[in-house]
Design a protein around this ligand. Structure first.
Ligand code: NAP
Length: 289
C-alpha cells in the first residue's frame, strides 16, 4: 500500500447527514480538518454546514471552495454539479455508489432495474467528466450498509424482530451477504482519499464477514439479546405476506424474498491491497434489547 498521507484542503462533504456522513465528519475533525458539510438537514455536532439542495438549479453559486470532495449523497446527483465543483477548486473526488448497480440489474421489479441503470450511468458520467477535466476520482461501492438503529437494512430487521419476535424468511435464506458498518466506510473513504493507488479506480466494499441471510438475521436477534427465531416459508407465501404488509411497510416487495436466496457478494481484496480496507465482522449491538 503506497501512501502520501496528504488530503488537499479545503474539504467538503456532500450528504453529511447520511449513515456514513456523521462518522466521516467526526474522523475528519479528529485528524484536524475543518470540513464543510452540505445537505438539506443539519448534520450532527457543530460542523460548518451549508443548507443546500443538490437539485436546486442555483446550488452551484452557493458552493464553498473545496479541493477534496467526499460525495455520500446519491451519485446520480453528482454529474450536473461537477462543473461547479471544479470551478470551486475540486481536484480530488471520492464518490459513493453502490453494488446495487450489479445486484439489481436483473431484478423482477422495474423500479430496481431503473436504480441499477441510474447508478451505472452516473458512475460512467462521473468517471468520464473527471478524466476529461483533470479531477482525480475514486468510486466506492458498498454492499449493504448498517449502523445500529439508523439504517433501513439491518435496523429495519431489528425493528421487525422487536415487534413480532420472529423473522419470516423466503426459503431457507441461504443467499450470502456482507453487511458493512457505516463507520468502517468512513475510515475506508478517508484512507482511499490519501493514497495514490486509488486514483481513477472503483472498488466494491463488503463487510468483514460473508454469511447467509439467515445467519445475518440470527446475529441481529443476538444483537438484541434474543434467541434467534426465524420462520422459513415457501417463496410464494413470503411474496403474499409482503403484498399484505405493503400498506404498513411500503418498502416490502416480493423481490426481497427472491433475493434472500441469492448470493450478493463481492471481492474487496483490491481495496485491502490499495488502502488497507479491513472492516469488522458482523456483530451488531442494539441498545435497549
Ligand atoms: N444504505 C445502503 O445500504 C447503501 C448501500 C450501498 C451504497 N449506498 C450509497 O452510499 C451513500 C450513503 O448511503 P446512505 O444510505 O448512508 O445515504 P442516505 O442515508 O440515504 O443519505 C443520503 C445523503 O444524501 C443527502 N441528499 C440526498 N438528496 C439530496 C439533495 N437533493 N440535496 C442535498 N443532499 C441530498 C442526504 O441529506 P439530506 O437528506 O439531509 O439532504 C443524506 O445526507 C449513498 O451514495 C448511497 O447511494 C447506500
Amino acid at each position: 500500500m503506497d501512501s502520501d498521507n496528504t488530503l488537499k484542503t479545503p474539504i467538503m462533504v456532500l450528504g453529511a447527514t447520511s449513515l456514513i456522513g456523521g462518522h466521516l465528519m467526526a474522523r475528519l475533525a479528529d485528524e484536524g480538518f475543518d470540513p464543510v458539510a452540505l445537505s438539506r438537514r443539519p448534520p450532527r455536532g457543530d460542523a460548518c454546514w451549508i443548507d443546500g439542495d443538490l437539485t436546486d438549479p442555483g446550488i452551484g453559486e452557493r458552493l464553498p471552495p473545496a479541493a477534496t470532495v467526499f460525495s455520500l449523497s446519491p451519485i446520480w446527483l453528482l454529474p450536473a454539479l461537477l462543473p461547479s465543483l471544479k470551478a470551486r477548486g475540486m481536484v480530488r473526488l471520492i464518490a459513493f455508489s453502490s453494488t446495487s448497480r450489479f445486484t439489481k440489474l436483473d431484478s423482477p421489479e422495474p423500479g430496481e432495474r431503473a436504480v441499477a441503470k441510474t447508478l451505472i450511468d452516473a458512475e460512467a458520467a462521473v468517471e468520464t467528466w473527471c478524466a476529461e477535466h483533470g479531477v482525480v476520482w475514486t468510486v466506492l461501492r458498498p454492499t449493504l450498509i448498517y449502523d445500529e438503529g439508523r439504517d433501513e437494512n439491518v435496523s429495519r430487521i431489528a425493528r421487525l424482530v422487536r415487534r413480532f419476535h420472529v423473522m419470516p424468511l423466503a426459503g431457507r435464506g441461504e443467499g450470502l451477504r456482507q453487511p458493512v458498518h457505516a463507520a468502517d466506510l468512513a475510515v475506508g473513504a478517508l484512507a482511499a482519499a490519501k493514497v495514490p493507488a486509488t486514483r481513477n479506480r472503483a472498488y466494491d466494499l463488503g463487510g468483514g464477514e460473508t454469511l447467509t441471510y439467515r445467519a445475518m438475521v440470527d446475529r441481529i436477534f443476538e444483537g438484541l439479546g434474543k434467541t434467534p427465531r426465524s420462520l422459513p416459508m415457501p417463496t410464494w407465501l413470503f411474496a403474499l405476506l409482503m403484498r399484505l404488509a405493503k400498506p404498513f411497510y411500503p418498502g416490502a416487495t416480493a423481490a426481497m424474498g427472491a433475493r434472500m436466496g441469492q448470493d450478493l457478494t463481492f471481492d474487496s481484496s483490491a481495496a485491502g491491497q490499495d488502502f488497507g480496507w479491513a472492516p469488522r465482522d458482523f456483530h451488531p449491538r442494539f441498545h435497549g434489547g
